[in-house]
Every structure is written in C-alpha cells, then in structure tokens.
Ligand binder design. Structure first.
Ligand code: NAP
Length: 349
C-alpha cells in the first residue's frame, strides 16, 4: 500500500508491561494499540522514518526486562515500545545518506514505523537476490558477527582442533560450528531436541551432535563425544554445561564465554566443580562482546556473504508472522522452541 508522506497513521507497538523476575512470559509483553505517528521525517531533524520489516529476537533482551544492572545494556522503559535489531525500509528521510526505498539494518523499535534519530547506527543493505533481507538480523547481522568474531578472534582456532558448541542450532551456534568445520576442526554441537540434533548433523555439517536434555551426566556425555578432550568450547549457555566442559578440556584449551542463556533468569549463584582444571590444564577462559570487534564488520560481511554464495554455509531461520505474535516469538528463545534464528516478519518485500 502506498504510504502518503505527511499523513498520520496508527502505529501498533510491543511494550514491556513491568519489570520481571525469572523466565520471560508472553504476558510480560503486550501489543499496544492507539499510538499515532506522523509519517514523515521532519525537515531539519536529520531523522529517518522507517517501516519495520523484520524484528530480531535476541536473548540479551531478557536482561533489559529487569530494573537492576545485571546486563550490559540499559533496561527497557515499561509502557514504551521495546527496542532491538531489525531490518526496515526507509519511508522518508531528512538524512542525505538515506533515501526513500532504501533497506537498512540496525536498532529499531518493536512497532510498525520508527522515526530514527541516531541514523549513524543504520547500515544500508545492498539488496541481493541470493540473500534474504532477513539475514541482516541473523547470518549477516549481530548474531552472525558474534559467531565470526568469537570464533576467529577469541577461540584462536587451529586446524584439527576439537570444538564443542552449545545452543548449537541457534542464531550464533549454527554459524560457529560451520566456520569451525571450514577451518578444518572436528565439531560437536548440543541442542535440546532430536529435531535440532538431526539438523546439526545433516544440514549444518557438524561431525556429531547430541540432545543435552537426554543426558543425566553432562560431563560423561562430553567425555563420550570427546574421548581425546576439547580444545575449544564456544559457550552459549553457561551453568552446568560450562562446568561439564571445563572437566573435559585439553591442556591449553580455550573457552569463549559468549552467552549464558541458562542463567538469564536465575538469581541464585552457581557453584563450579571443575574450576581447578583451569590451572591443571592451563585453560584460557575469555568473555567477549561482539561490539568489541566492530571494526571487523566489513571483513565479516565480505567473508560470510562469500561463504554463503559459494554454498559453503547454510543458515536456518525460524520466522513468525505478525507484530501481534512477537511476544510468543520472543519467549521461544527461553524454552528452546526456536529452530534457528528467531525472527518476526511484519512485512515482505
Ligand atoms: P539462540 O541459540 O538462537 O536461542 C536460544 C537457545 O538457547 C534456545 O533455542 C535453546 O536451544 C537454548 N536455551 C534456552 N534456555 C536454555 C537453558 N536453560 N539451558 C540451555 N540452553 C538453553 O540464541 P542466540 O541468539 O544464538 O544466542 C546464543 C547465546 O549467545 C545467548 O546466550 C546470547 O545471549 C549470546 N550472545 C552473546 C553475544 C555477545 O556479544 N557476547 C552476542 C549475541 C548473542 P536448545 O535447544 O539448545 O536448548
């Protein structure tokens, strides 16, 4: 439908109702009707008005749903549209770097239209028939970049390394595993359903995969998959899995602490049984934020686009349609229902 610049429209939004404790529930977020927006980028504002096409569900957003600082990003404001990564189309622009019809990726709000003031954080997408634009919140967006920077810059991989990835079929994990295979490593992934295990082995090219929920003893399970030990553990989950991996590391192993999705809703403290291995095996444990490596983004885009176009990697997305279904889509991350990168589609090209 043609958008008439200067007219006013209803702008439905997803808002956080109140700060939460524990696991996020669908009912913690709600669809708010009635908000009006003027469809224009006011002259002299340097703003861009965008129509949002894809919104990204990311585990770090759980940290923004609480009012105390355990996260590395500030909390959301209850009652206002929450923000996150998205792919959007420029409807009107007062910034000479963007024009009507451009597709952009960057931080937006969970609503139909967003007026962006901080236009410097938008990245113009070069449209490409071989690459779905939704990949700019997944494979070519923040999660893909996390996998790339985390694997190459933090894990210090070598050909022949034994690599273990948790939450391996997710937005980050699936790319870590594939990059490790391309690097000549032996890769095992874990995930929480038999369907994901099949995908890891048969679509994503992992050497082996297992369902961690079927295992009573995680440390024994890892010993079965890595009889010779683990050189690199790319940790997406933390908690008991991190402890089990520490108990299976080889001498001089590297552990990249990417995320702790199993701990996001916990307030108690976790006890580690295998920390002594850090000394006896001289293990390096390093936490990182993808933003630490932002200068590598152009190289990442070039490399990963090229791998994808050459058929060296694939990418799994889990797309849910409609802003009204955004709360349900978001909580799937914490029950493990998402199969691949969880995305919400508001509009199609
Ligand atoms: P994702 O893997 O696509 O989705 C989350 C997955 O985590 C779920 O599908 C589920 O898969 C697993 N999970 C959920 N609750 C769990 C629990 N209690 N125990 C074990 N596994 C659980 O998410 P993603 O976007 O790729 O993010 C993966 C991790 O990377 C997250 O921890 C995230 O916070 C982190 N991250 C860090 C950075 C950074 O800069 N450091 C950037 C992006 C993401 P299963 O079926 O495997 O259970």
């Amino acid at each position: 439908m043609e958008i008439l610049i200067g007219t006013t429209a209803e702008n439905k939004q997803i808002v956080l109702k109140n700060y939460i404790h524990g696991s996020p529930l669908e009912t913690d977020l709600e669809l708010k009707h009635g908000n009006q927006i003027k469809l224009e980028a006011p002259k002299g504002s340097n703003c861009v008005l965008m129509k949002n096409y894809y919104l990204s569900c990311d585990p770090y957003m759980r940290g923004r749903m609480q009012d105390f600082q355990r996260s590395y990003v500030p909390p959301f404001s209850p009652g206002s549209a929450i923000e996150g990564f998205g792919v959007s189309k420029v409807v009107d622009s007062d910034d000479p770097n963007f024009k009507r019809g451009d597709f952009v990726a960057g931080i937006t709000n969970w609503e139909e239209y967003t007026l962006i003031h901080k236009t410097h954080q938008l990245r113009k997408i070069q449209k490409d028939d071989e690459i779905p634009i939704s990949y700019h919140v997944g494979l070519l967006g923040m999660p893909g970049f996390t996998a790339y920077a985390g694997f190459y810059e933090v894990c210090e991989p070598k050909k022949g390394d034994y690599v273990y990835v948790s939450a391996a079929s997710g937005a980050v994990g699936q790319l870590v595993g594939q990059l490790a295979r391309l690097h000549g490593c032996y890769v095992v992934g874990s995930a929480g359903t038999s369907q994901k295990v099949e995908l890891l082995k048969n679509r994503l090219g992992f050497n082996e995969a297992f369902n961690y929920k079927d295992e009573i003893d995680l440390e024994a399970a890892l010993a079965r998959y890595f009889p010779q030990g683990i050189d690199i553990y790319f940790d997406n989950v933390g908690g008991a899995m991190l402890d089990a991996a520490l108990g299976n590391m080889r001498a001089h192993g590297r552990v990249a602490i990417c995320g702790m999705v199993s701990q996001k809703s916990r307030t108690d403290t976790q006890t580690f049984r295998n920390m002594f291995a850090v000394i006896s095996k001289r293990i390096t444990i390093k936490g990182f934020l993808q933003s630490d490596f932002i200068d590598l983004y152009p190289r990442f885009l070039e490399d990963v686009t090229s791998y994808y176009k050459q058929g060296k990697i694939v990418y799994l997305e889990d797309i849910i349609d409609g802003l009204e279904n955004a709360p349900a889509a978001f909580v799937r991350l914490f029950s493990g229902k998402n199969v691949g990168k969880q995305v919400i589609r508001l509009a199609s090209e």
